[in-house]
Design a protein around this ligand. Structure first.
Ligand code: FNR
Length: 349
C-alpha cells in the first residue's frame, strides 16, 4: 500500500481546487464518465500499476524535451486534448487555454464543440489541430473543415470512438446552464446531424482530400484497430477511451498502449491520453512507447483555478516533474525513456 504523502504535489491538488471554485454542474460535467463511471475512475490508478527500471551511467546533464508533432516542433512531449465547454471553466475559455499553449510551446487540439471561433484561436499564435466527429452525411462537415484550414489548423483529429454519445447520468444541469451562444460556434450544418456509425478508410481519404492536412485517429484501444487506421492512412494513432466518457468498462489506456505501440511498430507516431496527472505518469507513458501524451481534465481544472496563468503553471510544473523523473530514470529525453517501465508483478500494490 502506498504511504500517505505529507503535502503532495500541486498537480494532485488541482482537481480539489477546481471543485472548490467551479459551479457544481460544471465540475460534475468535467469529471464525469459514462454510465457507472468505471473506466473514468480507473484511469489514474492503471498507470500506477507500472514500475520503472532506471538506466544507470547515462549522461543526463542536458534533458531535451523537444518533440515533433507531425513535423511541428514543440517544447514538450505533451499537448492539450480536445474538451468541450472551456468557457464554463473561465470566461476566456479556449482562447485563454490557447494563450497558455502559445506561451509554452504546447500544441492544442480544439474540440469541434468549442466555445471560441477558429479565428480567435489562430490569433493566439498557438499550434492547433481540429478535433472532428463526422456526421452521417459527410458533406455537412465540409464548411467547418474548410474554415479550420483557412484559420491555420495543422491537423484533423478524427475521433473514432463516438458513433453515438455515451450516456452520462446527471447530464442535464450543465446543458440548461449553458448559454446557447456558446454552442455550435464552429460546427455549421453538422451541429444537429447524427454522427456517422460507418467510419472507414474512405473517411481518412476524404478528410485528407478536403483539408490537405494529416488525419490523426483518436480513440483507438486495440492493436487491430491501430493497424486498421494506419492502413486507412492515419498520420498518427491516439490511444484513448475518451476519458471514460464513451463505452464504460472500456480498458484503461495505460494497459492498451504498449500492445498498440508494438503493432504500429514505428509506422506512425502513437499518442495516448487518459489519467495523466503527474510527471511520473508522464514518464510511464513515454516508457511504454508513447511518442507524446495529451491532457484532458488537468488543463480544464487549471483553467478554472487561475485562467491562462493556471494553465501555464500546469505546463511548467508538469515539465519540471517530467524532467526530474527522466533524470532519475537515466534518460536524457523522451525517446530514451522507451522501455524503462514494466508491469508490476501480479499481486504487487
Ligand atoms: C472530453 N473529451 C473529448 N474528446 C473529443 O474527442 N472531443 C470532445 O469534444 C471531447 N470533449 C470532452 C469534454 C470533457 C469535459 C472531457 C473531460 C473530455 C475527451 C478528451 O479529449 C480526452 O480523451 C480525455 O479527457 C483524456 O483523459 P483525461 O486527461 O481527462 O484523464
Amino acid at each position: 500500500m502506498a504511504l500517505p504523502s505529507s503535502g503532495g504535489s500541486w498537480l494532485a491538488s488541482l482537481e480539489d481546487e477546481a471543485c472548490r471554485v467551479l459551479p457544481p454542474e460544471v465540475y460534475g460535467y468535467y469529471r464525469q464518465g459514462a454510465r457507472d463511471g468505471t473506466t473514468a475512475a480507473e484511469a489514474v490508478a492503471a498507470w500506477e500499476r507500472y514500475r520503472l527500471v532506471p538506466r544507470v551511467l547515462t549522461d543526463t546533464r542536458a534533458v531535451d524535451l523537444t518533440t515533433s508533432f507531425l513535423g511541428t516542433r514543440s517544447a514538450v512531449p505533451f499537448g492539450v486534448a480536445p474538451t468541450t465547454l472551456q468557457r464554463a471553466a473561465d470566461p476566456g475559455g479556449e482562447v485563454a487555454m490557447a494563450r497558455a499553449c502559445a506561451a509554452h510551446g504546447v500544441p492544442m487540439v480544439l474540440s469541434s464543440n468549442a466555445t471560441a471561433t477558429f479565428a480567435e484561436i489562430d490569433a493566439t499564435g498557438a499550434t492547433w489541430w481540429l478535433q472532428a466527429y463526422l456526421p452521417q452525411d459527410r458533406e455537412l462537415a465540409r464548411p467547418m473543415l474548410e474554415s479550420a484550414v483557412e484559420h491555420g489548423a495543422g491537423a484533423i483529429v478524427l475521433t473514432v470512438d463516438t458513433p453515438v454519445v455515451g450516456t452520462k447520468y446527471d447530464d442535464g444541469a450543465i446543458w440548461s446552464a449553458t448559454p446557447p451562444s456558446w454552442l455550435r460556434v464552429n460546427l455549421g450544418p453538422a451541429a444537429d446531424a447524427p454522427k456517422a456509425r460507418d467510419l472507414g478508410p474512405a473517411d481518412f481519404t476524404w478528410l485528407h482530400e478536403v483539408t490537405g492536412l494529416p488525419v490523426v485517429a483518436k480513440g483507438v484501444l486495440s492493436p487491430g484497430g491501430a493497424a486498421a487506421v494506419v492502413v486507412a492512412g492515419a498520420a498518427a494513432v491516439w490511444v484513448s477511451n475518451h476519458g471514460g466518457r464513451q463505452l464504460d468498462r472500456a480498458a484503461a489506456t495505460a494497459d492498451c498502449l504498449a500492445p498498440v505501440v508494438d503493432r504500429v511498430d514505428g509506422a506512425v507516431p502513437v499518442y495516448v491520453d487518459g489519467g495523466v496527472r503527474s510527471g511520473i505518469t508522464a514518464l510511464t507513458a513515454l516508457a511504454l512507447g508513447a511518442d507524446a501524451f495529451f491532457l484532458g481534465r488537468l488543463p480544464l481544472y487549471a483553467l478554472a483555478v487561475a485562467g491562462t496563468d493556471g494553465v501555464g503553471r500546469l505546463f511548467s510544473t508538469l515539465t519540471d516533474e517530467l524532467t526530474e523523473a527522466l533524470v532519475l530514470a537515466g534518460c536524457p529525453g523522451p525517446e530514451a525513456a522507451r522501455g524503462v517501465a514494466r508491469a508490476a508483478p501480479d499481486g504487487a500494490p
